[in-house]
Design a protein around this ligand. Sequence first.
Ligand code: HEC
Length: 255
Amino acid sequence: MMKKLIQAVILILVFYLILKLGIPALGSFLHHGTWPVVPTNLMRIYVFFIVAGVLLYLTFNEESAKELGKPIKEVYGNPEKGGLRMIVIAVIALFGGYITYQNVKPSFEAPVELRSIHPAPPSSVEMWGKPYNLLKLTNPFREDKANFEKNAREGGIVFFKNCFYCHGDKLDGKGHYNSGFSPMPANFVDVGTIAQLQESFLFWRIGTGGPGLPKEGAPWRSAMPIWQHFLSEEEIWKVILFLYDYTGHSPRTFG
Ligand code: HEC
């Protein structure tokens, strides 16, 4: 009597497992060391279509539709099955409660892959079609003591035209768009960011942005734009000068 219903449950389960384990396994076979899961939202859509598809298939003619419905009718319609009915209803309600709980409970787990906030820079980088040796690169405006204030102020103009939407007008990472991004825009006032870094590191990070990060900088996509597409080399050096001048931090030096 339960044959069709069991068949339906098994079919749904098999398709679910293919999505849940089969696709990541195939991905890991093609790209060793990865386990690309199907995103939850996509999974929901697929499961919806699987359930709909299996039900369509099993109710294709009247006879099998009846057979599929029989155990359900029996439980809900037969006056003698009152006890079983209560149990089934309770299980369904508890299952619904469980799913809801799983969805709303906060998670304290670290992300699957940890992101390195300051990944090791490459030793050289190509920007504006030219190679730069990051091991030796220094800020050409740093030594120009006579024009320091003027250059830092020009860097400030670059900042307020381009960067403060994200990094904030106090350079604390709390710009208008701050909470829209994960990872969040860097807080330059914090001693954990530019105070720890060399100017060449900043030059590289600003010039190549989020997409320029090496693999350790993933898996969260950084929204930091590729500024070499919008700014000149000079503007980037000046905005770096401004970041340190405004926050009062000194860049880390070589050696
Ligand atoms: C669309 C938002 C956005 C804008 C606009 C933006 N940034 Fe960023 N920036 C980010 C995010 C998000 C991060 C943190 C993730 C990362 O390191 O890439 C970041 C990181 C950085 C870092 C790395 C800091 C560190 O501690 O490693 C520097 C330097 C930086 N930004 C400078 C700038 C400068 C200079 C500008 C303007 C020319 C700018 N940003 C404009 C979003 C933005």
